[in-house]
Write a protein that binds this ligand. Structure first.
Ligand SMILES: NC(=O)c1ccc[n+]([C@@H]2O[C@H](COP(=O)([O-])OP(=O)(O)OC[C@H]3O[C@@H](n4cnc5c(N)ncnc54)[C@H](OP(=O)(O)O)[C@@H]3O)[C@@H](O)[C@H]2O)c1
Length: 254
């Protein structure tokens, strides 16, 4: 499919977790559309490789950031604003999971790590972005949730709970920020073929079992997620807020 265009030229985007997977490809598409993009990740090495790969010149900023650390999030948004002078959209793309035993058997430290990196970090980033957007007359915040937010899946319990929290964060922010012309939405994908999920889909038996639950008969590719996110960031979505859009080949309806 030819790349669709969403009118993002000249707009400024922050993508959390942009060093690989979905975040990296979102950054690539936005740079192709002549947008300006700030990406972050915890590891400098991954960011350096991504920056080299993206080759975005002055339109790209890469800031090492752990989104669960407030002071690092402050620096990410301060540097982005200082470089580009505004933030039109935040894409809350960071997500991580540690394969956990049952909730009852999980250590508190594991619970905290997963909740902090997924939910609390998404809150910190959204809050920082919203303060800037309030001062400039509007903006868009998009969260990447997951089908796991509404399915109790083995090994993904705390991750799913964090994603469910992100969906409620999306709705609450949408209600609170509507008067500031800030629209807040989420997409909830099924399994997408990235490194993050490769322990599952690289096993043929597990792959086939997952695909059985997807009416469209395949896992998602990264491109399946990019267009819905770019649409939600566009003026075509100005009257959509507080929504969680399933991008899951129909998995959530069967
Ligand atoms: N892949 C799937 O099957 C799937 C399905 C449903 C939803 N999702 C969601 O889609 C989003 C992207 O997933 P993906 O598959 O592209 O993941 P990925 O390939 O693992 O990439 C994650 C990115 O986030 C960064 N990151 C992780 N924790 C971070 C933190 N605390 N602070 C800052 N950066 C952090 C990583 O870099 P560092 O490691 O250097 O920090 C990396 O750049 C996630 O929200 C995920 O939950 C994925």
């Amino acid at each position: 499919m030819d790349n669709l265009k969403y009118g993002h030229a000249g707009k400024v985007f922050v993508i959390t977790g942009g060093s690989r997977g979905i975040g990296l490809e979102l950054a690539r598409r936005l740079l192709q559309e002549k947008a300006k993009v700030a990406i972050c990740a915890r590891k400098q090495e991954g960011l350096d490789l991504a920056a080299k790969d993206l080759n975005g010149g002055d339109a790209l900023l890469a800031v090492p950031t752990h989104i669960a650390k407030e002071e690092e999030v402050d620096i990410l948004f301060a540097q982005t604003f200082s470089r580009f002078g505004k933030i039109d959209a935040l894409i809350n793309n960071v997500g991580m999971n540690l394969l956990t035993p049952s909730l009852v058997e999980t250590e508190s430290s594991t619970w905290k790590k997963i909740i902090d990196s997924n939910l609390t970090g998404t809150y910190y980033c959204s809050r920082s972005a919203a303060k800037i957007m309030q001062g400039q007359g509007g903006g868009k915040i998009i969260c990447i949730s997951s089908l796991a937010a509404c399915r109790a899946a083995p090994g993904m319990g705390i991750y799913g709970i964090a994603k469910a929290g992100i969906e409620m964060l999306t709705k609450t922010l949408a209600a609170e920020l509507a008067a500031d012309n800030i629209q807040v939405n989420a997409v909830a994908p099924c399994m997408i073929k990235t490194g993050f999920s490769s322990p599952f889909w690289s096993n043929q038996e597990v792959h086939d079992e997952i695909v059985k639950g997807i009416p469209l008969g395949r896992l998602a590719e990264i491109n399946d997620i990019i267009d819905p996110v770019l649409f939600l960031c566009s003026s075509g979505a100005n009257f959509i807020t507080g929504q969680v859009i399933a991008v899951d080949g129909g998995a959530s309806v069967v």
